[in-house]
Design a protein around this ligand. Structure first.
Ligand SMILES: Nc1ncnc2c1ncn2[C@@H]1O[C@H](COP(=O)(O)OP(=O)(O)OP(=O)(O)O)[C@@H](O)[C@H]1O
Ligand SMILES: [Mg+2]
Length: 271
């Protein structure tokens, strides 16, 4: 079974030709230089933990950060301790000018919520969120994409200049990450708006588990042209979320915080 999956991996890794026809001159300069999409397609792999953790790291660099929660579950808003039912991303997309909620000084949040599943939002143009954030006054935005909803995920991806594609060491999660990278490759190869760079993040790694020991390196070898990062299983991530505190407030010296700092540093340097 394991070798069958590795064969599948080999096929999908070679199915994206990552640099065809990329014309950097078509990438517009937006006011917010750092726009990081966190996406996976698969649920429960650590997207929201990573998005909110990175947001809390970026404010330690004296930045004004906005987390855009694209999830009908509104988990990022909850995890960062603001009202997850307040007007947020859906209202922004509908042109209603919602006021972002402040989690801690320097870190604002536009909550997600069930309105994101409305027909009106689902049928928006993929560039509508990119347009909507164009005039916001922040140093960085983090776009926390939902599981399973391709149109919301696409709004987040197209609004970003860099993407973190999250997986864990489970075949279904790797398939989801591959689908996201397919979208990213497609947009870049057609010189459409969206990230020109992305990284695979292998999340929730626990090397005591067989797949966690074997799959990450094999996946990184197959995607050797894509930047890769690892985040280990760390109880501080789940505890920070449960206590509704940004990771850097809850456990700034934890292993997860150190690993996320490396990712935040790389992502904020991507042009
Ligand atoms: N590195 C980690 N170590 C320990 N627990 C983690 C880690 N990453 C995520 N978790 C826990 O796993 C669960 C799912 O994480 P999270 O909500 O961030 O995933 P998600 O991909 O955003 O999920 P969804 O698809 O539902 O939006 C949470 O309980 C979270 O606390
Ligand atoms: Mg989430």
């Amino acid at each position: 079974m394991f070798y069958g999956f590795m064969f599948y991996l080999l096929e999908i890794a070679t199915s994206h030709d990552s640099m065809r026809n990329w014309n950097p001159s078509t990438q517009e300069i937006l006011m917010i230089k750092t726009r990081i999409a966190v996406a996976a397609r698969k649920g429960g792999v650590g997207k929201t933990s990573i998005a909110s953790g990175i947001a809390s790291i970026l404010i330690t660099k004296n930045k004004k950060i906005l987390v855009i929660d694209l999830d009908p579950q509104s988990n990022a808003a909850y995890a960062l301790g603001v009202d997850p039912t307040a007007p947020g991303t859906a209202e922004l997309l509908l042109g209603q000018n919602p006021t972002p909620l402040t989690a801690i000084p320097g870190l604002d949040v536009l909550p997600g919520g069930p309105n994101l599943t409305s027909q009106q939002i689902q049928s928006l143009h993929p560039e509508d969120l990119a347009d909507a954030i164009g005039s916001l006054d922040y140093d960085a935005v983090i776009l926390d994409c939902p599981p399973g909803n391709e149109s919301l995920e696409r709004l987040g991806i197209v609004a970003a200049n860099v993407a973190l594609v999250i997986t864990n060491a489970h075949p279904f999660a790797i398939m989801g990450a591959n689908r996201v990278m397919g979208v990213l490759d497609d947009y870049r190869s057609k010189s459409r708006r969206g990230p020109r760079e992305w990284a695979i993040v292998m999340s929730q790694v626990d090397e005591r588990r067989v797949l966690d020991k074997q799959l990450p390196q094999q996946l990184f070898d197959l995607y050797a042209h894509v930047k890769n990062f690892t985040i280990h299983q760390d109880v501080n991530i789940s505890q920070a979320g449960a206590q509704q505190l940004p990771l850097m407030e809850y456990a700034p010296k934890s292993r997860a915080a150190q690993e996320l700092m490396t990712i935040a540093d790389w992502a904020s340097k991507v042009q």
